[in-house]
Structure formats: C-alpha cells, structure tokens
Design a protein around this ligand. Structure first.
Ligand code: AIR
Length: 178
C-alpha cells in the first residue's frame, strides 16, 4: 500500500534548463506538504504533449497548473487555452537573453477570457507561484489555511526581528540612529 497522495498541483516547465530556477517552487510546495507533478513540456517543441497534458490535468486531480518558461514563453498560455484550471505563469530569464522581459510579456499579455496569473521573473516568481497555488488550495483545506497563516506570521516576525547594523544607520542621510 502506498501513502502517496494524488498531486493537486502540476509544475510544468519548457526545458530542463529551467529546472534549477523552478526548484525553489517545488521546494516551497513541499514545505507546505503539497506534492507536485513535475514535467518538462514545451509549448513549441512538444505542442501535442502540452495540449494533452492540459486537457487531462483536471480529470487526474490537478487543481492548479504552474507553468514556467523563458524566451517566447507560451507554455502557461497553452495550458490556459486547453484547461479550465487556474494557471500560474512564471516568466524565466533564459541565457543569453533580455533578462526575462520577453518571457514576462509573453506570459502576462493574454487575451481577454484566457487569464494567466503571472508572477515575478525568475526565482522570486517561482517561489510566489508555489505560495499562490497553496493559497488557492487552502480555500478548501483548513489545515493548509493554518499553514499559510503561520508562514505569513513567521515572515513578518523575521522582518520585525531584523536589527540594522549601527554602521548602516549612521551612514544613511537623514536618519538619526535612534
Ligand atoms: N522554451 C522551450 N520551449 C519553448 C520555450 N519558450 C524555453 C524554455 C527555456 C528556453 O526556451 O522554457 O527557458 C531555452 O530552452 P533550452 O532548452 O534551449 O535551454
């Protein structure tokens, strides 16, 4: 007998070269106890696989799709085109490139009726995609809701607890240091 649950979140990315960046997404999901189905799927190199994956995701128990890609990043859009599940898009900065602006615009500028919830470029976006997916799942999962509340409280505590070094205070113009 296996104790593994059906993944509720799918994390798809356009290339294995995106995996390093998306590890923070997978790790953040894991910290919330949410297992993900992780796949490399390219909207351009494997368009048929992309369509089939998105079309079957809901019936396989997936509730949220996180899709990450660089360059002309159409993966999240392709997922949203083929599925009624909420899709979170993570634009990535491919090398060599233009710092991810290409992927950001390709991901965020969806036509009306086919939304992709687009997060920040790169690692901060990868982490936020996981948190946003958990926030969606938490609407119907009280235990996950509690974990999110703790996550936010811990985050706030870390900011409040930070003590500026004296040097930084005395160097800042207009700051008295008290
Ligand atoms: N990509 C792959 N298929 C479609 C797109 N947009 C993206 C990948 C990766 C970049 O192209 O998501 O960020 C470069 O891929 P590779 O495999 O050449 O390293």
């Amino acid at each position: 007998m296996t104790s593994e649950k059906t993944p509720q979140v799918a994390v798809v990315m356009g290339s294995d070269s995106d995996l390093k960046m998306m590890e923070s997404c997978i790790e953040q999901l894991r910290e919330f106890g949410v297992e993900a189905e992780v796949r490399i799927i390219s909207a351009h190199r494997t368009p048929q696989v992309a369509a089939e994956f998105a079309q079957s995701a809901e019936s396989r128990g997936i509730q949220v799709i996180i899709a990450a890609a660089g360059m002309a990043a159409h993966l999240a859009g392709a997922m949203a085109a083929w599925s009624i599940l909420p899709v979170i898009g993570v634009p990535l900065a491919a090398e060599p490139g233009v710092g991810g602006l290409d992927a950001l615009l390709s991901t965020v500028q969806m036509p009306p009726g086919v939304p992709v919830a687009t997060v920040a470029i790169g690692k901060p976006g990868a982490k936020n995609a996981a948190v946003l997916a958990v926030q969606i799942l938490a609407r119907k999962d009280p235990a996950l809701r509690d974990k999110l509340a703790q996550f936010k409280a811990k985050q706030a505590q870390a900011v409040k607890a930070f003590v500026l070094p004296d040097q930084a205070i005395s160097r800042a113009p207009g700051v008295s240091g008290t």
